[in-house]
Design a protein around this ligand. Structure first.
Ligand SMILES: C[S@@+](CC[C@H](N)C(=O)[O-])C[C@H]1O[C@@H](n2cnc3c(N)ncnc32)[C@H](O)[C@@H]1O
Length: 305
């Protein structure tokens, strides 16, 4: 799997000449198809168990799965012996994925209210595709699990060693005059994260922990052990020595961390981005429940019990 590593590392390089970027994009296409060949070859070596479930975590625009399906089709694998299962949180991206794999966006999520998936469609090759919010909802069966640049996006706790002991790095609202709306602060005391995640033998001064990633890895491992399957996880990474990996990439360039914070803030508040769709989670006394159901405040489109 060395080529995958080289290519993903190259994609991160800053200030690339456009021609070099085009070349990398082409290399990346080849890498995705090689992943398809790898999937077929590993599945074949395991005796080609059917039905084959392809499960992808965080499929983005659906490009990787499209390439894998293309490769499998060339080996004569398509249709209903094959099913695709996407774990995705973004409704907008799920439409892009549907368009890419199925040629149209037609599924209506209201049809699937009683199902564990929130959307279902059929690929142009005749295989069913399902969309879920969590891996736990995907049917238990022999599966090929794929995750490309997915574990990277899961939330992390950042923890630092200070003279007073371990402290968590938190994000706070910056009310100063400067251009930054958000800033890093250190927790005043230990937090649940510093108490739970720091091992007594820890030697680093700064660490990052993603409990979500650990839980997912655990679930993937137990599914593969109990139901059979294989997993391929492709991500940026290091060998455990790096301390701070939080960063923002835009158009193949690194943005500094402060800018990352600002761009996140802008995205949430800019009416042209998420601003118009920004949702709030509200808690209110049960006594006003019936009233709110009848007269929901503007913008609160759904009411949860
Ligand atoms: C950086 S993109 C990777 C896209 C694609 N795999 C690629 O390599 O081009 C991350 C993807 O994970 C999805 N995502 C982010 N957080 C998620 C979560 N907690 N559960 C499921 N999907 C998530 C995003 O919507 C997006 O599709």
């Amino acid at each position: 799997m060395q080529p995958v590593r080289i290519c993903l590392e190259a994609r991160e390089t800053t200030s690339l000449h456009p021609r070099y970027v085009r070349c990398l994009v082409k290399c990346y296409d080849i890498v995705l198809q090689l992943v398809g060949v790898w999937v077929y070859s590993e599945w074949y070596k395991l005796g080609s168990p059917k039905p084959l479930q392809l499960v992808e975590l965080g499929p983005g625009r659906g490009t990787l799965m499209q390439d894998i399906l293309r490769v499998l089709q060339q080996f004569g694998e398509a249709g209903s012996d094959l099913s695709v299962h996407f774990v995705e949180v973004s409704e907008e991206l799920s439409c892009k994925q549907e368009e890419k794999l199925c040629g149209v966006v037609q599924s209506n999520k209201d049809d699937y209210e009683k199902e564990l998936y929130f959307k279902k469609s059929t690929t142009t090759g005749g295989s069913p595709v399902f969309w879920y919010r969590h891996l736990g909802s995907v049917p238990r069966s022999f599966s090929v699990f794929l995750a490309n640049e997915f574990f990277d996006v899961l939330p992390i706790h950042k923890i630092c060693k200070t003279e007073d002991g371990w402290r968590e790095v938190l994000i706070d609202i910056d009310e100063g005059d400067g251009p930054h709306h958000l800033r890093y602060v250190l927790s005043r005391a230990e937090t649940p994260a510093t108490k739970v995640f720091i091992q007594p033998e820890e030697t680093r001064d700064e660490i990052e922990v993603s409990p979500d990633a650990a839980v997912l890895c655990e679930e993937l491992a137990s599914r593969i052990e109990e139901d059979g399957g294989i997993a391929l996880i492709m991500d940026y990474g290091h060998d455990g020595k790096d301390s701070s990996t939080f960063r923002n990439l835009m158009k193949h360039c690194h943005l500094d961390e402060q800018k990352s914070l600002i761009s996140g803030f802008k995205m949430l508040t800019d009416p042209l981005k998420m601003g118009t769709r920004f949702k709030f989670l509200a808690f209110f006394p049960a006594a006003v429940k019936d009233f709110l159901k009848k007269h929901p405040p503007a913008g609160f489109y759904r009411y949860e019990d």
